[in-house]
Design a binder for this molecule. Sequence first.
Ligand SMILES: Cc1ncc(COP(=O)(O)O)c(C=O)c1O
Length: 416
Amino acid sequence: MTITKQLHTPPRTIMTPGPVEADPRVLRALGTPILGQFDPAFTHIMNETMEMLRELFQTKNKWAFPVDGTSRAGIEAVLASVIEPGDKVFVPIFGRFGYLLTEIAERYGADVHNIECEWGEVFDPEKVIREIKKVNPKIVAMVHGETSTGRMQRLKEIGAACRNQDVLFIVDAVATIGGTDVKVDEWNIDALIAGTQKCLSVPSGMAPITYNDRIEKIIMERKKVEKGIATKADAQTVRLRPNIISNYFDLSQLQDYWSERRLNHHTEATSMLYALREGLRVILEEGLEERFARHRLHEKALVAGIKAMGLSLFGDEDSKVPTVTCVLIPRGIDGEAVRSTLLEQFGIEIASSFGPMHGKIWRIGTMGYSCRKDNVLFTLAGLEAVLIRNGATVNAGSALQAALEVYEEEVALSSL
Ligand SMILES: Cc1ncc(COP(=O)(O)O)c(C=O)c1O
């Protein structure tokens, strides 16, 4: 048998909606030696991470910790822990990930009610609020930034209506957290799920979540301690509600490990926690407002370049998410051929799309560490060259000039 060669990955510029380039500081943190999961040095790192997550989520919630697994693990943990079979859950859908919320809720026995809008649009919050009053669900679950369509839903009014109606409001902010404003407390969000591999610039494999005491109350009423580690007091505790169906996603058990009790559940992914901790440090050092402004700036430069090239954007402009730009593939051009030439010749990755959008749009991410001037300029240059080679008519030379103008304007404004 020949031994496989040492791992060597080709250099890449990743301009997809995730996973994006990990911050070099995060990659270095991944190489930190392992600590035991109950070592005080490690539990201190857990507490520091919780503290920084609260800042990122703009919340005073006690609970803010990562679930081990990709973002959907966080979604599943929250939904599995709150939903009891037969519960009414309302999911307004404006792209692929609304269907994911529906699918997970249904697997846990929810009676799911949906409304849908055209891909490329979002809901008028009033429409959602009217529907909440009509359906009277236990939970409203909604996506904030839809990576499949590049749209961002206004949540503030919906959150306020949910609180007035005593409905739980659960939000998937996987594509927006760390790239644009997400105010958990101010928007009355009861539980929120984030992702690491997008605007946090940490590899995929953890899903930071937060939830408030309204959610905690339900979880505590369903609390279970595994028989092999339960104390007498645990065994005598009377449950008010049925146990959470999943073991891995049982937040009553996960929060026992993330609390001072440090009761064992699974073996913590220690290296990923080092990575998340460093990713959060990078974000808080930059400053949330400064980081959001950086995402807006590079989005503006990218959009200016795309339009100057003569390409059109997909979707309603007012609801565009700053972290994903959807571009209509010009008629007669093979979108996949363009993507593979970009990768082969330039090492640049942009994304294709899902479901009804497949073959119609490219999705270009400007997220986290990937959201930089050099990446935006390189992507515009590469895309223009590849489009010309594929026979598309573009305004050659205009894209980079338009993007550079955006950057120069920014320099001029900041020196005022
Ligand atoms: C908005 C949104 N929600 C959920 C997910 C699922 O995340 P994961 O693939 O990390 O499980 C994604 C992934 O792209 C996403 O963009």
